[in-house]
Design a binder for this molecule. Structure first.
Ligand SMILES: Cc1cc2nc3c(=O)[nH]c(=O)nc-3n(C[C@H](O)[C@H](O)[C@H](O)COP(=O)(O)OP(=O)(O)OC[C@H]3O[C@@H](n4cnc5c(N)ncnc54)[C@H](O)[C@@H]3O)c2cc1C
Length: 367
């Protein structure tokens, strides 16, 4: 039976980024049920780094991830992962788009200024418009591949087509069986995304109530080339957004339908709702949809991720509940998780320790 120091379950952005960090210090294998890494949530995102999005702890992790994504260290990547985009928040009342204290870097735009950036905006229907250059696009595939390359450079490996079907305990080791092989290690990292509670159940650990929620995206062709430079347009009541995406326009109804973990697909109704909300605010008739998809964003009951060793079971580490922020926080989440496993942070120790206290799975412990 192959012996490792750490077994990571899940080769999405969470599992591969923490494995890349841990592989410098430990022998690591990443087990992935699908035939390729990134098949689920990681491969289905809107690919943004949005500094003012999510609760304060997410904003802190997003900020801490910024340097790695914007100016990656030479040994990680010689290419930047981000590119400029911007974000415009549209309010149909005077107050609903007004930013909170933490987002004071946003500026209010006049209708004429907004129209100069988004020529098809129906400015007669919006009462307040706020804007920031702060939101950038992330090249998710490039970033994910960089994590995979880094873990492989440090002698770790990713085993695809390796669905974990059994987890048992043998002395101080976990024994993790896939259909093909059985591995043993004292530490498991549960980075299984929507399946994180199912992995805990396999190990005999109480689930934390993580809830996958479906989110839908549809790609439509551009009518005018200038659409390629539009910022992300976000309705202040958060019921739709759109953003240029790989030569098309991505439109989402910002749905959050609770579902069981599964290979998500888009519901026609959700696609139609997104298109309808878009067309209400943008003077653009959609006659064709090039492609649509759905993915699962997984949340803990309090909306914050879960990062840390299980309180009741030795060697079982949670790295789950990244919700809609798992790409933009990946670098800091990997530093946080590997720091907790190594019991040492190389920098920003106080800040990471503070975040660790907020994200600990012990916060759900009722025993
Ligand atoms: C439409 C949409 C838009 C989004 N936009 C953004 C955005 O703009 N910015 C942002 O930061 N985030 C965004 N997100 C969220 C982001 O995609 C997720 O937070 C992130 O991808 C979660 O990564 P993960 O590695 O935890 O999960 P996943 O990528 O789902 O990886 C988990 C992996 O575990 C594997 N697995 C599960 N069970 C087993 C098992 N038994 N054995 C082996 N392997 C197993 C799965 O196959 C999967 O590959 C978006 C999500 C969606 C759906």
């Amino acid at each position: 039976m192959p012996q490792r120091e750490v077994i990571v379950i899940g080769a999405g952005i969470a599992g591969t980024s923490v494995a890349a960090s841990l592989a410098k210090h430990y022998s690591v294998v990443v087990l992935e049920q699908e035939s390729q890494p990134g098949y689920h949530a990681t491969g289905r995102s809107a690919a943004t780094w949005a500094p003012f999005y999510g609760p304060p702890v997410i904003q802190a992790l997003t900020a801490l991830s910024g340097p790695t994504l914007n100016t990656p260290p030479a040994d990680f990547s010689d290419q930047q992962f981000t590119s400029p985009r911007g974000q415009m928040i549209l309010g149909t009342t005077e107050s609903d788009a007004a930013p909170e204290e933490s987002t004071r870097e946003m500026v209010q735009l006049s209708k004429a200024e907004a129209k100069a950036k988004v020529s098809l905006l129906k400015t007669e229907l919006v009462e307040s418009i706020w804007y920031t250059e702060g939101l950038v696009n992330i090249d998710v595939d490039l970033l994910h591949q960089a994590y995979i390359r880094q873990l492989k450079d440090n002698n770790a490996s990713v085993a695809c087509n390796s669905r974990v079907i059994a987890i048992t305990r043998k002395g101080r080791n976990w024994v993790v069986s896939t259909g093909n092989e059985t591995f043993s290690a004292p530490i498991i990292v549960n980075a299984a995304g929507a399946w994180a509670d199912s992995i805990a159940a396999l190990a005999g650990i109480s689930p934390l109530g993580l809830q996958p929620k479906r989110r839908t995206a549809a790609l439509v062709p551009y009518k005018i080339p200038a659409m390629n430079s539009w910022p992300l347009l976000f309705n202040a009541v958060e019921d739709f957004y759109c953003i240029p995406f790989g030569g098309s326009l991505l439109i989402s109804p910002a749905d959050e339908s609770p579902v069981e973990p599964h290979d998500a697909w888009p519901d026609d109704i959700d696609v139609a709702v997104g298109i309808d909300r878009f067309q209400k605010l943008i003077d653009y008739e959609i006659t064709k949809i090039d492609h649509s998809w759905a993915g699962l964003r997984t949340f803990a009951t309090d909306g914050a991720p879960v990062v840390g060793f299980d309180n009741n079971t030795e060697g079982f580490f949670w790295l789950a509940g990244q919700g809609g922020y798992g790409i933009q926080t990946s670098a800091a989440m990997a530093t946080l998780a590997s720091g907790l496993i190594k019991q040492e942070f190389e920098s920003d120790q106080e800040q990471y320790q503070h975040i660790a206290n907020e994200l600990t799975p012990c916060r759900f412990d009722t025993t």
